[in-house]
Design a protein around this ligand. Structure first.
Ligand SMILES: NC(=O)c1ccc[n+]([C@@H]2O[C@H](COP(=O)([O-])OP(=O)(O)OC[C@H]3O[C@@H](n4cnc5c(N)ncnc54)[C@H](OP(=O)(O)O)[C@@H]3O)[C@@H](O)[C@H]2O)c1
Length: 313
């Protein structure tokens, strides 16, 4: 039995569940941070039975709600002495959604769940991470950010509260990609901020993984067909869960911080050219990410916004 403690958000399905299973099988103390306790209790039981690890805890967390994040973080700190690993895995992507959906704090739901939620959670847990010998944070990113190789692509900062909902049609994919790009920028910036405290913050660029039955069930009908077809060739979540485990536990990544890592566990570099042949390599390869992510003005804008929105929590 390992006394290392790991929090995994959205651990009741897909990659999060596979990661909870992997960490539990390796003897870690696993905290499944999930919003639906009824569904997640059955998953917790299944993981404990499969791994014979009784140290699998389930705690309520809605990552899109700042209040819920505060309640979770207070409850976690009261219960556990330190935190070794935080995996910000949960995300909002409702395929086919056409309406603006807002979080309890009136922030567009992709940004609330995929960007500001993980930012606040990491910030609130930093003092507990600092008590670990080897604290690591991993943020789940996506190849969708490749859309930012298009020089015209920008984050819609003017529309994060649905301000333009009357005039700008909602695109769940655009908001998803924007929110994950912002998460990547926060990964870089939080890595810098936490360096002196020994906390390492990285992101993983997930390409494609089989979706769970439960996730497909939540989709609009036509999307279910696409998802089932894609699932025929997509790899199982366990492969990506092994990547989470390796990045968060191995000596190879012990001193790594402020990096984006691809599905082959290689470090991805910012692109240096975004036209012609170089652009084709960017788009079809897995070795570069858009330079938009490291532009100091863009990073500063995301950082300031995240700090301002969460300052009272
Ligand atoms: N699968 C892929 O091909 C792929 C590709 C690129 C990136 N990713 C990324 O990989 C991560 C895992 O994705 P997945 O494919 O495993 O998806 P998934 O099976 O749909 O899992 C998403 C998890 O997030 C949880 N979640 C959503 N909103 C939440 C909230 N507000 N509070 C707490 N939990 C919340 C869901 O809980 P509920 O069950 O309660 O909804 C679910 O447990 C995500 O960050 C995703 O963006 C996946």
């Amino acid at each position: 039995m390992n006394d290392k403690i790991v929090i995994i958000t959205g651990a009741n399905s897909g990659i999060g569940k596979a990661a909870a299973l992997k960490f539990a099988a390796e003897g870690y103390r696993v905290i499944m941070a999930c919003r639906n306790l009824k569904i997640s209790t059955a998953v917790q039981k299944e993981i404990m039975e499969m791994t014979k690890n009784t140290n699998v805890d389930l705690m309520e967390l809605d990552v899109s709600s700042f209040d819920s994040i505060c309640t979770f973080s207070t409850a976690f700190k009261a219960k556990y002495p330190h935190l070794d690993i935080l995996i910000n895995n949960a995300a909002y992507l409702n395929h086919g959604e056409k309406e603006y959906k807002l979080s309890p704090e009136h922030i567009e739901l992709s940004f609330a769940t995929n960007t500001f939620g993980p930012f606040l959670l990491t910030r609130l847990l930093a003092d507990h991470l600092e008590k670990s010998q080897d604290p690591r944070v991993l943020n789940a990113c996506t190849t969708n950010i490749k859309n930012f190789f298009d020089p015209k692509r920008k984050i819609e900062f003017d529309n994060l509260r649905g301000e333009l909902r009357e005039t700008r049609p909602y695109s769940v994919y655009k908001m998803y990609g924007d929110s994950k790009m912002a998460l990547l920028m926060l990964t870089f910036k939080q890595a810098e901020e936490f360096k002196s405290r020994g906390i390492k913050v990285n992101a993983i660029q997930i390409n494609r993984v089989k979706l769970s039955k439960e996730t497909i069930q939540k989709m609009h009908s036509i999307w279910r067909v696409f998802a089932r077809l894609q699932n025929l060739t997509n790899p199982q979540p366990s492969g990506m869960a092994n990547n989470y485990f390796h990045i968060c536990t191995s000596d190879e990544y012990k001193n790594l911080t402020g990096q984006l890592i691809n599905h082959k566990r290689e470090i991805i570099e910012p692109s240096t050219a975004e036209t012609g042949l170089a652009q084709l390599k960017n788009i079809f390869g897995n070795k570069t990410y858009p330079s938009y992510a490291t532009n100091p003005q863009n990073v500063e804008q995301v950082w300031r916004l995240s700090t301002t929105l969460t300052e009272n929590f």
